[in-house]
Write a protein that binds this ligand. Structure first.
Ligand code: BG6
Length: 487
C-alpha cells in the first residue's frame, strides 16, 4: 500500500533545463502514482516575470515534450497543476523572498524539500536567504545538484556554506546515477545472492571495466563543460560511484551511513595516479568532427560558443587500483566520453581464466566468464559461461553462451532516476545520496590526476566523433594484455 506524503517541494531554478526536463516529469509520475498527496505543494521559485498561468503553461508544454510516449494525460494534468505554485524571487537578492515566506508560512510545520537546481555558486546564498527569513525548520531538507565544486577546495567552500544552515543529515547531494534501477540492482545482485560472494575478489576476478559512453555532444552547454571536462563532469562522480558499489565491502545494513561508510573506504583506498603513471594509466581525449551514424557532427571547437584554444577533455580513460586485500592487483579500467560511437553504459566483471584446460584444442578457445551489467540504454544483467555445443561432434566443442539474468520483464514502468531520488528525499532516506566526506574523498583522488595533467602538460588527444575515443585508450588497456569489452 503506497503511503501518500504531504510536503512542500521548492524548486529553486524551477524554470531551468534540469527542472523542466527531469524534475517535473518525475514529480508528475510521483503524483500520478499516488506517492505525493494532493495537499502537497510544488513551489517553483524563479526570477522570471511569470504569472501562475504562464508557469503552468510552460510546465505543461515541457511535460508533453519530455514524458515518455503515452504518459501525458490531459485530465490528470489538471489535478497535477493544482499542486504547482509559482513564486518570483531573485535568488541573489534576499529582499525578494517575501512572497515565498508568505506562502510557506501558510503551512509552517509541513516537511520541506528545498531543491537547489541552480549553479553551485548560489547554494550558499540561497541557504543564507532561507535562514534569514526563518524558512529553515526542523523538518527542512536541502538537495544539491552536482557539480559540488570543481576541485576539493571549491567543494569545501560550498559544503561549508551550506553546513552553516543545514545539518549534514538534512543535506542530500544528488548523483543521479545512484537513482538508476540497475545501479541499485548491483546491491541486490551482490548482497542478496550467495552465489557471487565467495568469488568477488582478487582470487577470481581478473579485472573490472566501467564504460559510460555518450553519443551526444555538449547540448548547448559549452561554457559549463569547457570549465569542467569529462574528468569533473562524469568521472569524479558517476563513474566513481559505480566503482564504489561494485567493489565495496558488504555494508552492515542498507541504512544511509552503513552504505556510505563502505563507499568511503573504497575511495580512500584508491591508489593515487601520479608521476609517470599519468602517461601510462590515464588518457585524455577531445573529439574532432565526425559522424554519429549517418549524421555529420561538429568537433568540440566548432560547437556553439566553442574556442580552438580550449584543451578541455571530452573523453577520459584510466586504470584505477584499489589498495586493499580484496582487490589486490585487480585493475579497474574506466572510460567515459562525449560523441562516442553510441550511447551505452556498462560494467563488466571479467573473471580469471581457468587454471588448466582438459579440452582438446579443437574444443575451441575458452573465454573467461564475464558478468555484464548494462545500465543503459536497455537495462540488463548477463553472465557469459562456456557450454557444450550439442551434437555428435568429434571431441567436445564449446561455445560461450549468455545467461540472461534479467528480472525486470514483468516489472511495471521503470522509474527514472530522478523519480526514485526525489521520493527518497521526500521519505528522508539518505542511502543513495553522497555524504560530504565521500564527495571530498573523490575530489582528493581526482584532483591528483587533474593537477598532474596540468603540471606535466598532458593535453587531450584528438578522436573523431563517432569513435570510441583516442587509440591511446586502447593501447592503455592492451599493454596490460586486456581489451575493452564490446569494442
Ligand atoms: C550529467 C552530466 O551529470 O550526466 C552530463 O553533466 C551527462 O554531461 C549526463 O550527459 C549523463 O546522464 P545519463 O543519465 O543520460 O547517462
Amino acid at each position: 500500500m503506497i503511503k501518500e506524503i504531504v510536503c512542500d517541494i521548492l524548486i529553486f531554478g524551477g524554470h531551468g533545463d534540469l527542472s523542466l526536463r527531469k524534475l517535473m516529469p518525475a514529480l508528475y509520475h510521483l503524483c500520478h502514482d499516488g506517492y505525493i498527496s494532493s495537499q502537497s505543494r510544488i513551489i517553483i521559485v524563479s526570477r522570471d516575470d511569470f504569472t501562475q498561468e504562464e508557469n503552468v503553461a510552460l510546465i505543461e508544454k515541457k511535460l508533453k515534450q519530455h514524458l515518455k510516449n503515452g504518459f501525458y494525460d490531459e485530465e490528470f494534468f489538471r489535478t497535477f497543476a493544482e499542486h504547482i505554485h509559482y513564486v518570483k524571487a531573485d535568488l541573489f537578492d534576499t529582499s525578494t523572498y517575501g512572497d515565498l515566506k508568505e506562502l510557506l508560512n501558510l503551512e509552517p510545520t509541513r516537511e520541506r524539500v528545498n531543491y537547489l537546481s541552480t549553479s553551485p555558486t548560489l547554494f550558499g546564498p540561497i541557504c543564507r536567504s532561507l535562514h534569514e527569513h526563518s524558512l529553515i525548520t526542523d523538518v527542512s531538507r536541502v538537495v544539491l545538484e552536482k557539480p559540488i565544486g570543481r576541485d576539493l577546495a571549491s567543494s569545501r567552500v560550498i559544503n561549508e556554506e551550506v553546513a552553516q544552515y543545514f545539518d549534514e543529515s538534512a543535506i542530500f547531494r544528488i548523483d543521479h546515477y545512484l537513482g538508476k534501477d540497475t545501479v541499485q540492482n548491483i546491491l541486490a545482485l551482490r548482497f542478496s545472492n550467495m552465489l557471487f560472494a565467495p568469488i568477488w575478489n582478487a582470487q577470481y576476478i581478473d579485472h573490472i571495466q566501467i564504460t559510460v559512453a555518450e553519443s551526444v555532444g555538449l547540448e548547448g552547454r559549452w561554457d559549463y563543460y569547457n570549465e569542467f571536462g569529462a574528468m569533473r563532469d562524469m568521472m569524479q562522480n558517476h563513474l566513481m560511484q559505480l566503482l564504489c558499489l561494485v567493489t565495496m565491502e558488504p555494508p552492515c545494513s542498507l541504512d544511509g551511513n552503513s552504505v556510505r561508510d563502505e563507499k568511503l573506504k573504497v575511495l580512500r583506498s584508491l591508489r593515487f595516479i601520479e608521476g609517470e603513471d599519468l602517461n601510462t594509466k590515464t588518457v585524455r581525449g577531445q573529439y574532432s568532427s565526425g559522424a554519429i551514424g549517418k549524421e555529420a557532427v561538429p568537433g568540440f571547437f566548432e560547437e556553439e560558443g566553442g574556442s580552438p584554444k580550449s584543451d578541455t577533455e571530452t573523453f577520459v580513460a584510466l586504470r584505477a587500483d584499489i589498495d586493499n586485500w580484496r582487490w589486490n592487483n585487480v585493475p579497474i579500467y574506466m572510460r567515459t566520453g562525449k560523441r562516442m560511437s553510441k550511447r551505452y553504459s556498462e560494467i563488466v566483471v571479467d573473471f580469471k581464466e581457468i587454471p588448466h584446460s582438459i579440452f582438446p584444442d579443437k574444443g575451441s578457445c575458452i573465454d573467461s566468464n564475464k558478468l555484464v551489467i548494462r545500465l543503459q540504454p536497455d537495462e540488463s544483467i548477463s553472465l557469459f559461461i562456456m557450454n557444450k555445443i550439442p551434437g555428435l561432434t568429434d571431441g567436445m566443442r564449446l561455445k560461450n553462451v549468455e545467461l540472461d539474468l534479467n528480472i525486470v520483464e514483468d516489472a511495471p514502468r521503470s522509474p527514472d532516476a530522478y523519480e526514485h531520488l526525489l521520493l527518497d528525499v521526500i521519505r528522508n532516506n539518505p542511502t543513495l545520496f553522497m555524504r560530504r566526506d565521500e564527495v571530498e574523498a573523490a575530489w582528493i583522488w581526482a584532483d591528483k590526476i587533474l593537477e598532474g595533467w596540468q603540471e606535466r602538460g598532458i593535453k587531450p588527444k584528438s578522436y573523431p566523433a563517432g569513435t570510441n575515443g583516442p587509440s591511446a585508450s586502447i593501447a592503455m588497456i592492451e599493454k596490460d594484455g586486456r581489451s575493452w569489452y564490446g569494442d
